[in-house]
Design a protein around this ligand. Sequence first.
Ligand code: F0G
Length: 483
Amino acid sequence: MGTNSAGLQPDYSDQEALSQAFAALSLRCVECAALYAGVEKQPRYRCECGGVLDVETTFQLPWPQEMSLQEGYNALASAENDLMPLAGAGWRQLFDERAARPPIWPVGGGSILLDYSGVWRYRELILPLPPAMIVSRPEGNTGLYPVGIENCGDGRDGHQRIGQFAGVERLFLKHEGENPSGSFKDRGMTVGVSMAKASGARAVACASTGNTSASLASYAAQVGLPCFVFLPAGNVAAGKLAQTLAYGATTISIDGDFDDAMRLVEQACNELGVYLLNSLNPYRIEGQKAIGFELLQQLDWQAPDWLVLPAGNLGNTSAIGKAFLQAHQLGLIGHLPRIASIQASGANPFYRSYMNAFTSRISVQAHTVATAIKIGNPVSYTRARRVIEQTNGIVEEVRDDEILAAKSVIDRAGIGCEPASAATLAGMRKLVERGIIKRDERVVGILTGHLLKDSVTGIPQQPQNAAVAANIDAVRKLLHGFL
Ligand code: F0G
């Protein structure tokens, strides 16, 4: 076992804690319910039947579950909102105390660093790894922007235009582009790379439309693990490719699309004993659940009515849905939000299957300007289908021109996002127009990636030869034209 992110050598008690942690985990096939050990000598990504796997473990508060007087009072006082279930009081108290601690970097590593991560703050609900084994930047703590017609705050015209565009009074956008590598992938990667390291992987790999590769390359570099990324040639936005190369990953450009790259990386990893870190790896999903926990905490555990997000390989739909279901079961929240997954109409296999009432699983040849979600055969199809069914959710599709119109509204509000993220707002607008999301319901939309990931698509470009002569007369004349 090598060093961890804080440069600490895991000691004997870490090894014991690790064995205990591994023993507490198991993997269940989402197709046939077969059960496997959580960690095997050769990492397992699929069931013998071909189905994908889901992590199962039991959750335990680090102290006996009893409610503080303050929590009891708060629970009763919140009657005008959601009645907060008393069962979840201990969990809310635990996470709120951790979030309230100042983010002071500890000299010797340890739990303060973990509390500041927007993933490991919820560690009992994520993965029971010994702290010394955790690889973290840290990640999460992303902004939640109030941008609805009613809740945007006085004088915030730019933000209010987002609410007007969607037709929603109380709307929040959670910007996962504010993670360390600029996308939500870091939440899954901190868990995935920690598992890779803890289980002794010699190298890591993924297929990617760009964000997964940037994130994996960053976390692998942190611990010095060789990293191989399989990219669909010519279909990765420049910002993501630049990150991946700068962080030192080896890129393998596949003369095919993402689905080809995905098929090949899975085969190569199984044959060569390289640790696979696409969301096929169930531990990535556990990390991405933290998007759900963090946004619920930012809303003081008052669950929204709807959660809207873009959908490609369907890892995020699966993860956030799982987080909401677990939060509801534990009594962290009083009701289950409905989930709306939005696909580009040229890359819509999940939408088509949904329109079939999920009677058959459909694949397509994907085409969309939103390259992050240009995926025709999503790996997490079954996990995500279950989430849509369990949350009384919905799948919608939006055209590329609708995605770009929504992106322009988000960009001009000063928030900005990459094209795939804007599918959230485009889809929300469509669902409001269709009367499915009601104007007065509380809605949270996820922006998945940072504006600078793709600095071309849907962004006005500077005209060629636009330079103005370097004298005040020329500048004055130009500005008069605008003022
Ligand atoms: N938004 C962005 C910015 C993405 O990068 C992705 C996926 C999605 C949405 C879709 O999320 O796959 O969980 O449904 N990007 C992957 C990648 C495929 O390789 O970076 P999903």
